[in-house]
Ligand binder design. Structure first.
Ligand code: 5AD
Ligand code: SF4
Length: 463
């Protein structure tokens, strides 16, 4: 209990927690907030579930298979609970609200359920469980941004970090459960974001990805997402910035010019299309047409030379015809994305699609369409990566390559993974490389020299 922890100073009972994270980057950023909250309470973090007194699973609801993975994991933890009666298991994040009753009463799998806006309450909920109760807080908030909590990044590479700039989502795409799991959209104060970036810069981080469900609608007084990017990029010219995700409906031109002009704003934009036909976009409640989307892409490519683009695509949404599927394929050929996240539609309770449409595309058809989308995308990526052979890039080294100790791995400004011989280079270095080979997922490179963003770009300007 609390008192024995404070009084027993010789052998303090320090609870050990373990946290496992599923889903999007936002969820990983949230787990770093939870780390901070629990470490601040004097708990210790462990990296294996078997060593923990408290196991927390930060969950995702976006598709059914994301939830299935979590259910299976919770069943494994039930085994651990059988061996260790005092083990506490908690579910955090997007699954919390929807399955709180099921989790606690029917399955007896978990003791604590905490929604995305209630993480400050976790220490209290843990105490409640110690008193023998189940503990739940799934209240969503209109204000919570955890602005004052400095995330503790225990699992990252020490080079690149995620910084959350807003929470929730007001877009209401008809397929998406996020507005229901994460609540209303709200922006974190500009100063607290800039402070976090300053701290990361002081700690030696070289790359920051600003995160929100719809970053273009960031707002703090008069400050917009473009002002935020502007101010962030000036804090540390040797720190790179990315962001995820903007919405095609309102991408600001001024941000495109800013990206083109600033060496440390990466020439890479993730711009989810979801589908390629007007009829499908309308059913999805995506407020743009195919033409408007393609015009935006043309503008982006025109303003930012060498721009790399990625997207999200859903196959087999409600009522999808073969013609609509063909239009998605043709949109992807027209844009030529460098990367795409491609999914089969998975019906989610509470969404507009669940209430209004029928999930009527047969499973085999969904699968076939998805695999056509994926294989076309793989061949586009293969060709585009091959076209890079002979070109030079600046790679930020993230660590040792998975395949060989002798090789380093990092990302180009355009967000492509590049591997090259280690030589004298280290994690956190910017290395100028020449591309010598490619697959659909990786660039093989030859290192030229260590560089800095400023040096590289002034050389480019002179040439
Ligand atoms: N089924 C399949 N994919 C979905 N996404 C969101 N909701 C669903 C769903 N119900 C995809 C979208 C989104 C990405 C994060 O996940 O493409 O952009
Ligand atoms: Fe999953 Fe969406 Fe929640 Fe992220 S916001 S964890 S993708 S449901």
């Amino acid at each position: 209990t609390k008192t024995s922890m404070q009084e027993n100073s010789v052998h303090p009972v320090q609870k050990k927690f373990y946290i496992e994270t599923y889903g999007c980057q936002m969820n990983f950023a949230d787990s770093e907030i939870v780390n901070a909250i629990l470490l601040e309470k004097g708990m210790n973090q462990v990296t294996e579930a078997e060593l923990a007194d408290i196991i927390l699973v930060n969950t995702c609801s976006i598709r059914e298979n994301a939830e299935t993975k979590v259910w299976n994991r919770l069943k494994e933890f039930r085994g651990l609970k059988a061996q260790n009666k005092s083990l506490t298991v908690g579910v955090l994040g997007c699954m919390a609200e929807r399955i709180k009753d099921q989790i606690i009463e029917e399955e007896q799998l978990v003791d604590i359920v905490v929604g995305p806006d209630a993480y400050r309450d976790i220490p209290r909920l843990i105490e409640e469980v110690e008193d023998g109760r189940k503990a739940v807080n799934v209240l969503l908030s209109l204000e919570e941004t955890y602005a004052d909590i400095a995330p503790v990044r225990t699992t990252g590479n020490g080079v690149s970090a995620f910084v959350s700039i807003m929470r929730g989502c007001d877009n209401m795409c008809s397929f998406c459960v996020v507005p229901f799991t994460r609540g209303r959209e709200r922006s974190r104060p500009l100063e607290s974001i800039l402070n976090e970036i300053r701290q990361l810069s002081d700690q030696g981080y070289k790359e920051v990805t600003l995160l929100g469900q719809n970053v273009n609608s960031y707002k703090d007084g008069n400050h917009t997402f473009s002002t935020l990017m502007d101010k962030a990029s000036l804090l540390d010219p040797e720190m790179r910035f990315r962001f995820s995700s903007p919405h095609p409906k309102d991408f600001p031109d001024e941000l495109l010019y800013l990206i083109a002009e600033r060496p440390n704003l990466c020439n890479y934009i993730h711009i989810p299309a979801q589908a390629g036909s007007d009829s499908m976009l309308e059913r999805m409640r995506r407020p743009y047409t195919r033409d408007q989307y393609l015009q935006l892409i043309e503008k982006m490519k025109g303003i930012i030379p060498g721009l790399s683009l990625s997207t999200d695509i859903i196959a087999g949404f409600c009522g999808e015809t073969e013609e609509e599927h063909q239009q998605t394929l043709s949109l992807m050929r027209e844009v030529e994305y460098d990367l795409a996240y491609m999914f089969a539609y998975s019906e989610r309770e509470r969404t507009l699609a669940y209430r209004k449409f029928e999930d009527d595309v047969p499973e085999e058809v969904k699968k076939r369409r998805l695999s056509e989308i994926i294989s076309q995308q793989m061949s586009i990526q293969h060709r585009r990566n091959h076209d890079e052979i002979g070109q030079r890039h600046v790679v930020l080294v993230e660590g040792t390559s998975k395949r060989s100790e002798q090789q380093l791995s990092g990302r180009t400004d355009t967000n492509k993974i590049a591997v090259f011989d280690r030589k004298e280079f280290e994690k956190g270095d910017y290395v100028e490389v020449e591309i010598t080979g490619a697959t659909s997922a990786t660039l093989i490179a030859k290192p030229i020299a260590k560089t800095s963003l400023g040096a590289y770009y002034s050389a480019v300007l002179e040439a």
